[in-house]
Ligand binder design. Structure first.
Ligand code: PLP
Length: 391
């Protein structure tokens, strides 16, 4: 596509090729394993555009092409989940005897992979303080192959200095991976900040409706061959129905994220005024310790945030949450609906400590009217106080 004016416009056009689909603006949902060849010679040549289901089809190509444009990537592959995208990307760049740096705030299942399967394969992982910045240089060893990043952390919302980390890593020939599920390429462009491998749990905001799971890995030039090859070897494949749901989600990403942002800001600002709240963890708030870095590198904030309660018994916090009408209790985020869960970061740390005396509560702010969400939370705090007084 030429002369792209903005991402907003791009979302309505990227990966769309009506001429290739009898005029339909969306590609068909290509279900298929076998692709027929016209001759023995054509099969032997290996130049036919589509040759076997696992190697891609016009539906998956439309999504990969759209993401290549949005991420300014050399190439993108699709994985059946966000976690599969993280682990595939790690395996693409690390093997036996290699060293990997991972932020202490990383998504828990990635830590679990590094500590179990990764370790069994001979990959040595060191966890680092996500706020390390250019200090990452001191942690890079001769056999360090990659620095994993995730910003903000999806529970505790540390903002990482990605350009500083990328400069230090590249100076020592290590590649930089980033889990960009929170911001999406609409609000942060990892490859433009020096990241080599931009990973998303597209399950979250790209699909956007909590009805499919999918992971994406968009690569810069240095990493593309490695990632494409590992993805191919592992036999990663995403069914075309899920790809079509992701394509549909992508078209409205801009309008949805704008609403998530407005709603989340309204809720976050209100939470800051609440006597039962010790701290609100949302990078768009000026009170957030990563706010300056966030302002420098991000174009927006999405709907996921946390807050820490003032010291309260767990039963009181549970009473607050259990009675909420509009926030469902559940994992994941990125859909239209508001969600809540409690987390204890202490169980997920090894390089840093989590000292907050209160309880960490994570909210996903959905597309509801923020006043309704605030009223629901307000009734929740009243329950919390009644439970506190009762004990
Ligand atoms: C949810 C999540 C993942 C994993 O995505 P799935 O599709 O659930 O496997 C990875 N990283 C982050 C930050 C997430 O929140």
């Amino acid at each position: 596509m030429h002369k792209v004016i903005s991402d907003t416009t791009l979302l309505a056009h990227a990966g769309i090729d009506p001429e290739a689909h009898h005029g339909f603006v969306n590609p068909a949902v290509y279900r298929g394993s076998t692709v027929a060849f016209p001759s023995v010679d054509a099969m032997a040549q290996g130049t036919q555009r589509y040759r076997y289901g696992r190697w891609g089809n016009p539906t998956s190509d439309a999504l990969c092409e759209a993401l290549n444009t949005l991420e300014s990537a050399e190439g993108t592959v699709l994985c059946p989940s966000g976690l599969a995208a993280c682990t595939t990307a790690i395996l693409a760049v690390c093997g036996s005897g290699d060293h990997l740096l991972v932020p202490d705030s990383v998504y828990g299942p990635v830590r679990h992979f590094c500590d179990t399967a990764g370790r069994r394969m001979g990959i040595e992982t060191t966890y680092y303080d996500p706020l390390v910045g250019e200090g990452i240089a001191d942690l890079i060893k001769p056999h360090t192959k990659a620095v994993f990043t995730e910003s903000p952390g999806s529970h505790t919302f540390e903002i990482q200095d990605i350009p500083a980390i990328a400069a230090a890593a590249h100076a020592r020939n290590a590649l930089v991976l980033m889990d960009n599920s929170w911001a999406t390429p609409l609000f942060l462009k990892p490859l433009a900040l020096g990241v080599d491998i931009s990973i998303m749990a597209a399950t979250k905001y790209i699909v956007g409706h909590s009805d499919a799971m999918l992971g994406t890995i968009a690569c810069g030039q240095r990493a593309w061959d490695k990632v494409r090859d590992m993805h191919f070897q592992l036999g990663q494949f995403v069914g075309p129905d899920d790809v079509a749901l992701a394509l549909r989600g992508l078209r409205t990403l801009d309008v949805r994220l704008a609403r998530h942002q407005d709603n989340a800001l309204a809720v976050a600002r209100w939470l800051e005024t609440q006597p039962d709240v010790a701290r609100v963890l949302y990078p768009a708030l000026p009170s957030h310790p990563g706010h300056d870095l966030w302002s420098r590198d991000f174009r927006g904030a999405t709907g996921l945030l946390s807050f820490v309660t003032r010291a309260a018994p767990p039963e009181a916090v549970a009473a607050m949450i259990d009675g909420l009408d509009l926030f469902r209790i559940g994992y994941s985020w990125g859909g239209f609906e508001s969600l809540v869960m409690t987390i204890d970061p202490r169980s997920l740390r090894s390089a840093t400590t989590w000292e907050e005396p209160g309880q960490l509560v994570r909210l996903h702010i959905g597309l509801e009217k923020p006043d309704d969400l605030i009223a629901d939370l307000s009734r929740g705090f009243a329950r919390l106080n009644r439970a506190k007084e009762g004990t």
